[in-house]
Design a protein around this ligand. Structure first.
Ligand code: PHE
Length: 476
């Protein structure tokens, strides 16, 4: 007999779960946030530390979250409570499910704003493609005839227009809300089946293009040659935050998705697949963007706008660029949608499981709330550009609204969520339950237990403390 979840939903197969989880992991975090942070943090040392975080800390946490959901079979808070009950631990541990749901809510608010930028660029490139076709030259480069500064200017113009940003944010959040309100349907599973492979092919194609046309040598040197003096506590903190963000950890997202697994084991290999696929996409995105950054002389430390400045240049000189530009922005959008629905799903499942709301009601409440928070984020790019929400805290003294929500969730909430998850799984959860549910070999099980009980809590606590409070190290 197939057990049903308390929300009454489930994946149609194991591969559907894997695809949905990879879809949740691969998103703006890989294509936008990773290159942004790698560029800002000086490259190699950040990247190598990031990869270490993914496999030593992230992977054990992926397995832990999926385990909790698999056992719990309901929203994150309820699932943790159930694991606690079966392990004779305090039900209060479920607090980290609630922290996760709050973090997911905050993340989806700015995630939708950034996805709105992608949507706008997809529209611009779509219009350009139509023009190319009308002119009888469908395979020309993108934005033919525009100078580099004109292309740059498009980004500035977009940021200067709150109405435009708002409209894009509305469309994206509306789409996310609509899909979540309808449930984890087979439609999403099918879409992921077709669109994710297309996304991979195009990404690899663009990496090859960047290698031929851009400065791949400089990019590889930048991304993989570590200058360890750049590995400051803050850089470690953002690398850890990025590893957690990219793997969708610390927000109870994988607990929620794991709760829709109806049967079966193989949780270990599944977790490894998610981590490997996600990391490959991030590195490929870096190898796509940085060759172009160096070839056209942009500053790798440009920040959140980096990706939007580089890609249009590449597409302009590329044969078929108008077509590829359009396709590429559409595919980033697809990747963003499969992630944003997983984010909104966490608080939505909480509302269903803990408050007894209907799915549409719960999705509407949290989707609307996140939309409103997102409005503040987008106004931070124009009329509220002077606002520094956490300006009293040296870490966020210069940070605008969107970057503050991003930075606070990424550097504070996700590590705290990860810390509590690792202590819970490493020290509180019943060992037999862990062994039986994960189905790991004895060796893999011991390794996992060591990493989750010792390395994760200690490393995350140290990185968190020294990153947030540099004074601990005696520095400023
Ligand atoms: N992992 C997603 C990305 O990289 C973002 C995300 C974070 C999704 C947390 C779900 C939960 O874009």
């Amino acid at each position: 007999m197939v057990a049903t979840t308390s929300t009454g939903e489930g994946w149609s197969s194991r591969s559907a779960f894997i695809l949905a989880a990879i879809g949740a992991a691969v998103g703006l975090g890989n294509i936008w946030r990773f290159p942004t942070l790698a560029g800002e943090s000086g490259g190699g040392a950040f990247v190598i530390f990031y990869i270490a975080c993914v496999f030593l800390l992230g992977l054990p946490l992926v397995l832990s979250e999926i385990f909790i959901g698999r056992v719990g079979q309901t929203d994150a808070v309820g699932s943790i409570r159930r694991v606690s009950a079966q392990s004779k631990a305090s039900p209060n541990w479920s607090i980290f499910g609630a922290i996760g749901a709050l973090a997911a809510f905050l993340i989806v608010s700015f995630y939708s704003v950034v996805a709105g930028w992608v949507l706008y660029y997809a529209g611009v490139m779509g219009g350009d493609l139509v023009q190319a076709i009308m002119a009888g030259d469908p395979f020309r480069g993108a934005l033919a005839g525009e100078s580099q500064s004109q292309i740059q200017q498009r980004l500035g113009d977009m940021f200067a227009s709150p109405g435009l940003l708002l409209a894009m944010h509305l469309v994206f959040m509306g789409l996310t809300l609509y899909i979540v309100a309808r449930g984890v349907s087979s439609g999403i599973e099918k879409a992921a089946t077709y669109l994710m492979p297309m996304f991979f092919v195009l990404l690899v194609g663009l990496v090859i293009y960047g290698a031929v046309e851009g400065d791949i040598g400089d990019a590889i040197a930048f991304l993989f040659t570590p200058d360890w003096s750049k590995l400051t506590p803050q850089v470690m903190n953002s690398a850890l935050g990025q590893a957690l963000f990219s793997l969708s950890l610390g927000v109870a997202g994988l607990i929620t998705y794991g709760s829709y697994i109806k049967e079966g084991s193989g949780l270990g290999p599944t977790s490894a697949l998610i981590a490997v696929a996600d990391t490959c996409v991030a590195l490929l995105a870096g190898l796509m963007i940085f060759p172009i950054v160096f070839a056209v002389g942009l500053d790798p430390a440009a920040g959140p706008t980096l990706v939007f400045q580089t890609l249009p240049f590449a597409f302009q000189t590329m044969p078929g660029g108008a077509l590829f530009a359009f396709l590429f922005f559409v595919l980033i959008l697809v990747a963003a949608v499969t992630s944003s629905i997983s984010l909104l799903e966490v608080p939505t499942a909480w509302g269903i499981g803990e408050r007894g709301w209907s799915r549409p009601k719960s999705a509407l409440i949290f989707g609307t709330g996140a939309f409103v928070v997102g409005i503040a984020c987008l106004l931070g790019y124009n009329i509220w550009s002077d606002v520094r929400p956490l300006g009293f805290w040296s870490l966020f003294a210069e940070t605008d609204i969107l970057d503050t929500v991003d930075g606070f969730t990424g550097k504070v909430m996700l590590p705290v969520g990860a810390l509590l998850t690792s202590i819970f799984i490493g020290w509180k959860a019943d060992e037999n339950l862990l062994r039986a549910t994960t189905g790991l070999s004895p060796l893999a099980f011991s390794l996992w237990r060591f990493l989750i009980a010792w390395l994760c809590p200690i490393a995350v606590a140290i990185i968190l403390a020294t990153g947030l409070f540099p004074a601990i190290l005696g520095g400023q």
